[in-house]
Design a protein around this ligand. Structure first.
Ligand code: HEC
Length: 146
């Protein structure tokens, strides 16, 4: 039993050696969506609270997010999320990319597919109220393709 515990701690210690790069940038992105689209304050607050951990160039990390294997899971979600949609790179999207983002955007909000359920368990503040959900949908409807 003692040996198993020892192995467990050794494995935990060894996996800490692989640290994914943090998604944090000190400068404000010049390609942020607000440079090309009007983003009302109320919307920006919703995006900050519920989306930007995975869809921007800046994730707010909790202390346990830096511990493997959690850090790997977080990095995977952030990378995948940013691949699909990054509000900090919006202005740099070509027409194909933009159309692709816009295609899934309202449906994702309408069906409440986002924020991811697993994320909401740890971030109850990110739950989107019915009122905010409607505000988001109304705003998304104003976004044009290129
Ligand atoms: C915990 C991380 C996380 C949060 C928070 C999050 N997303 Fe996502 N999002 C993802 C991931 C991961 C994917 C890719 C999903 C996949 O591969 O199935 C994604 C995909 C998407 C897509 C593309 C869907 C498609 O079908 O093309 C949209 C649009 C989106 N998210 C919008 C949002 C919005 C808006 C919010 C906030 C209300 C949000 N997400 C919050 C991780 C997140």
């Amino acid at each position: 039993m003692k040996k198993i515990l020892l192995y467990f701690f050794v494995i935990i210690a060894v996996i800490q050696l692989y640290r994914p790069k943090k998604n944090q940038h000190s400068v404000t992105s010049e390609n942020h969506i607000s440079t090309v689209v009007e983003v009302p304050n109320t919307i920006q607050l919703i995006l900050d609270r519920s989306c930007n951990d995975c869809h921007s160039n800046n994730t707010n990390y909790e202390w346990y997010h830096t511990i493997a294997p959690f850090s790997w899971g977080v990095a995977m979600h952030v990378n995948k999320g940013k691949e699909h949609l990054n509000f900090d790179e919006w202005a740099a999207y070509n027409s194909n990319q933009l159309n692709h983002v816009l295609e899934g955007f309202s449906e994702t909000i309408e069906t409440r597919e986002m924020p991811l359920v697993g994320y909401l368990k740890f971030h109850p503040e990110a739950v989107i109220s019915d009122d905010d959900n409607q505000k988001l949908l109304d705003w998304i409807a104003t976004l044009d393709s290129k």
